[in-house]
Design a protein around this ligand. Structure first.
Ligand code: ADP
Ligand code: MG
Length: 703
């Protein structure tokens, strides 16, 4: 689309949204569906038939030939199986287009090839997808034509969750129940529902597609496994918020148009810290819709990149030496009548309900820091968390001056009597306005920061689904609310009891608050002194899923059964092992077939040169020094390659599970680093013409 257009006209044009439903559905059917969406009332088949029929008619008008139940198995990406609308031919030889209520509500993909972590043996491979009517259906247009996409949850024959969405919906229900209990205690009798609202900010890299095709590491693993830093990195900070180049601007425009059409509220875009790195943020939405939309964002970025001769890299660490990518998960709790439970108001010290909510969150995050850390663990994020860029691997909470002061007052005197004010920011220029300052500055180094009326969980990996982190947030905070309500509902003197509880939670969990520099060495020591866990890798994070504490909580709030948690633990170990195995084998492949041959050729030409120069009676010392140096690194490369081949073979021969994953982490990863080192050193000294693939400089500075 190159002509001018009005966003308001195209926004949501391919979504079966409320307006479309109101227009097309009979009044009673519309009312019943709204009841299901808003109150979870069961939908009868007759009503579903009517909805399905209208949905199909609408989709066909949009050009759709197929429908798909769109779901989120534990592979990390979404899955879909397409069925066309055609029914069996009639005697006339023509076909009718049909779509029944049953087909809308329930699908049955062959589930045996999706990871189930032992939950479902292949001989009982049935899996079902169930319509999530709280996330609107939409028509997606791409090379396959137009397809009606129906967001669904994916469960086994016996009802166990095989996906990301089922536990997310369960956790949303859990926090809804507990948050309603809490606000009722404060006299709110009107709100009917509390929804966790999520706004995920998405970071990504763009590289030229032709250069991408010349890098097997990018093709197979999504990140570079070799590569020396170019003379310039991100040290000048000239890319961050920099002017967006025309090629990228054109890409962003098309991404926005595609997203707006399917109802994704793409709002903010800018260049990020690293060269070739960018960010996109939508406006927040109910958690399940936000998760669906984030998947659409990731898919759309990839698809549109292809149309612009670009490749979108969603990996957490595509390039060593410059920043990696993450996803900031902005989270708050909002009632159906628009009240945000995380809004402190102007004078937080007087806002008792807010202080209870806040201290419950302190408690939840402190008690389940290990689970929250686990929820952000994926193989790519091992390169970020704890390194000097993204949040550290230690979970702590940044509250800012104002709230930290209120907590301090509560802990020291039992009473909070005042709130720090923001004041005015004086620019010192008469023609510029004085700005009202927020009472709190930002802290970019904190993994979990309060930002005005929401928390921002900054650890999530850029490629990962935000479902997992939100399942954990919803559940741990539901638990804290529930425990507080258990006490307060029994209290004879509510005022006294709530006052005591807030003080107790603030005191017991103050250790989780940290407003300083999260990247510093001192913080690592200080956190250790405070007894906060510092979990530096995915394999060390995974066991948090199945501790007794975790199982008891998830079972109590009906988010996961023990069996589901154990299956997820198993899948995570497998995913880790597979990811590292692919990386190791890619390195072996590149080293054996590209680097070693290139170095042999290069040393041969150097050797020829040395002889020729000497024959001519000239000084060949420079050539011969270089030859020695290159030959030395070549020998090191060969040794490291052999070691990597050996440990990778050993790892692959182990039975799947925790031991295997830990072995990949402890032995294969270091062997990969040992192979990378001499190759990267060679890149600095070998003739660019002799290098068998595009360099970092080619990839990130010439997009
Ligand atoms: P910040 O400057 O704090 O990062 P932005 O305005 O850029 O905030 O918003 C970042 C993301 O947070 C956006 O996706 C935005 O919609 C989302 N967001 C804003 N308010 C809330 C809220 N109350 N709950 C959840 N997400 C929110
Ligand atoms: Mg932000």
């Amino acid at each position: 689309m190159s002509e001018a257009f009005n966003v308001a006209d195209i926004f949501g044009e391919d979504v079966f949204n409320d307006t479309v439903m109101q227009e097309r559905l009979p009044k009673k059917v519309y009312r019943d569906l709204k009841k299901t969406i808003e109150e979870g009332k069961e939908l009868d088949l007759a009503t579903a038939d009517v909805i399905a029929h209208e949905m199909k008619e609408w989709a066909i008008e949009k050009g759709a030939t197929h429908y798909t139940h769109w779901f989120q198995p534990l592979t990390g990406v979404t899955a879909e199986k397409h069925d066309s609308f055609i029914s069996a031919p009639m005697p006339s030889g023509k076909v009718l287009m049909s779509f029944s209520g049953k087909e809308l509500i329930k699908g049955e993909p062959d589930a045996s090839s999706f990871p189930s972590g032992g939950l479902r043996a292949t001989f009982e491979a049935r899996g079902y997808t169930a319509w999530d009517c709280t996330s609107p259906a939409f028509v997606r247009k791409d090379a396959a034509g137009a397809t009606l996409c129906i967001p669904t949850a994916f469960c086994s024959y016996t009802g166990e969750a095989l996906d990301q969405k089922t536990p997310l919906l369960r956790s949303m229900e859990a926090i809804n129940i507990q948050a309603l209990r809490l606000i009722r205690l404060f006299g709110n009798t009107t709100s009917k529902k509390v929804t966790p609202s999520v706004g995920p900010e998405q970071e990504y890299f763009l590289v030229d597609a032709k250069k991408f095709q010349q890098r097997k590491d990018l093709i197979y693993t999504g990140r570079t496994l070799f590569g020396a830093m170019p003379p310039k990195g991100q040290e000048l900070d000239d890319h961050y918020f920099g002017t967006i180049r025309q090629r990228i601007a054109g890409f962003m425009r098309d991404v926005n148009i595609e997203l707006w059409k399917v109802g994704v509220t793409s709002k903010t875009q800018h260049n990020e810290v690293a060269p070739a790195q960018h960010e996109l943020a939508p406006i927040y939405a109910p958690a399940n819709v936000a998760v669906d939309h984030n998947h659409l964002v990731m898919q759309t970025l990839k698809r549109v990149a292809g149309q612009h001769g670009l490749k979108c890299l969603l990996h957490e660490k595509p390039f060593a030496g410059v920043n990696g990518s993450g996803k900031h998960d902005n989270w708050s709790l909002i009632t159906d009548d628009g009240k945000n439970l995380l809004d402190p108001g102007k004078t937080p010290h007087e806002n008792i309900q807010f202080l209870l909510v806040l201290t419950c969150i302190l408690k939840a995050v402190d008690e389940h820091a290990d689970l929250l850390r686990e929820s952000a663990a994926d193989p790519g994020n091992d390169h970020r968390l704890g390194a000097n860029e993204a949040p550290p691997a230690i979970i702590s909470i940044f509250l800012g001056d104002q709230l930290e002061d209120v907590i301090e007052q509560l802990v020291s005197t039992g009473e909070a009597t005042h709130s720090l004010k923001g004041g005015k920011l004086k620019t010192g220029v008469r023609t510029l306005p004085d700005l009202a300052k927020d009472a709190t500055d930002r802290n970019r180094t904190s993994p979990f920061a309060f930002t005005g009326n929401k928390f921002e969980f900054r650890m999530v990996g850029s490629r990962d689904s935000v479902a997992g982190p939100n399942v954990v947030l919803n559940t741990i905070i539901a638990e804290a609310f529930s425990e507080a309500c258990d006490v307060l509902e029994q209290a004879e003197d509510f005022e006294m009891a709530v006052h005591d509880l807030i003080k107790q939670y603030a005191t017991d969990h103050q250790r989780i608050i940290f407003n300083g520099n999260g990247y510093s060495e001192e913080w690592v020591k200080e956190a250790e002194r405070r007894g906060l866990p510092n979990i530096s890798s995915m394999v060390e994070a995974i066991p948090a899923l199945t501790t007794e504490k975790s199982v008891a909580m998830f079972e109590k709030f009906k988010v996961f059964t023990r069996a589901e948690l154990e299956s997820r633990e198993e899948i995570k170990y497998e995913n880790y092992a597979k990811a590292i195995n692919i990386e190791a084998r890619t390195m072996i492949d590149m080293a054996s077939k590209q680097f070693v041959p290139a170095f042999i050729k290069y040393t041969k030409s150097l050797a020829d040169t040395v002889i020729a120069v000497r024959d001519a009676g000239a000084d060949a010392s420079v050539q011969s020094d270089l030859l020695n140096e290159v030959s030395g690194y070549l020998a090191e490369t060969k040794r490291a390659l052999e070691t990597l081949m050996k440990v990778t073979e050993q790892a692959a021969a182990m039975p799947e599970g925790g031991d295997q994953a830990r072995y990949y982490h402890s032995d294969v990863v270091p062997a990969m680093e040992a192979l990378r080192a001499p190759v990267d050193a060679l890149e600095m000294i070998v003739d660019k013409e002799a290098w068998p693939m595009p360099s970092y400089g080619d990839l990130i500075f010439e997009v």
